[in-house]
Design a protein around this ligand. Structure first.
Ligand code: DGI
Ligand code: FE
Ligand code: FE
Length: 189
């Protein structure tokens, strides 16, 4: 099997590849801290945006050919669809068959109710990896020092605030995912 690393390096823009490598490395650090398999976290992090730069019609073709039923709202947005498409590409092109990794890729943009530790790690590493420079990143990195759920919540808060400032709609899984993390924090988990 040829190397996923080299294939991504060849196919992604330099910026996206650097980001993906940053997510992989950050995910390894979080995995070590939170008792998740480090190689699993690395692979999920490296692969998470493997479909991000595909044109929307190609993403749609990828999920259609995989027989996935996706709601029209998600189907119309590269921002929302690249996780689902990425999980298909990760399985078919890179031979990833670990369902935990595939689901972490699938849900990395919106999160969901009941995220696993691996899913939270990829979600959060996406926000805080070293090449990220947006204004809220400092606050999210600070929140991460208080715990994984605190970091995830800060990530949700920053995205939802941005979407509101942009007058964008918020996907339901984003809202439900944030509520669920808030509940976990209130329950002291
Ligand atoms: O792929 P990345 O840029 O590394 O990061 P990502 O997968 O978290 O995607 C971020 C983009 O997704 C950003 O443009 C905001 C958008 N996004 C995240 N949650 C939602 C959303 N867009 C909409 N419309 N609704 C959401 O709930
Ligand atoms: Fe992404
Ligand atoms: Fe990303």
């Amino acid at each position: 099997m040829y190397s996923m690393y080299e294939d991504l390096q060849k196919r992604l823009s330099p910026k996206r590849f650097t980001h993906s490598l940053g997510v992989a490395k950050t995910a390894v650090l979080l995995a070590r801290q939170y008792g998740v398999d480090e190689e699993t976290a690395y692979i999920a992090g490296l692969a998470h945006d493997c479909a991000k730069e595909l044109p929307l019609p190609i993403m749609q073709q990828v999920v259609n050919e995989a027989g996935l039923l996706i709601d029209p709202y998600m189907l119309a947005s590269t921002a929302l669809l690249h996780g689902a498409a990425g999980a298909v590409v990760a399985a078919n092109r890179y031979g990833i068959d670990d369902e935990d990794i595939l689901e972490a890729i699938r849900v990395h943009t919106t999160g969901k109710v009941g995220m696993t530790t691996l899913e939270k790690i990829i979600f959060l590493a996406d926000y805080i990896e070293p090449s990220r420079t947006y204004p809220a990143v400092t606050a999210i990195r600070e929140a991460t020092k208080e715990g994984l759920n605190q970091g995830v919540l800060a990530g949700y808060n920053s995205t939802i605030s941005l979407l509101i400032r942009q007058n964008s709609s918020i996907y339901f899984k984003t809202v439900l995912g944030r509520n669920d993390i808030l509940q976990e924090i209130m329950d002291g988990r």
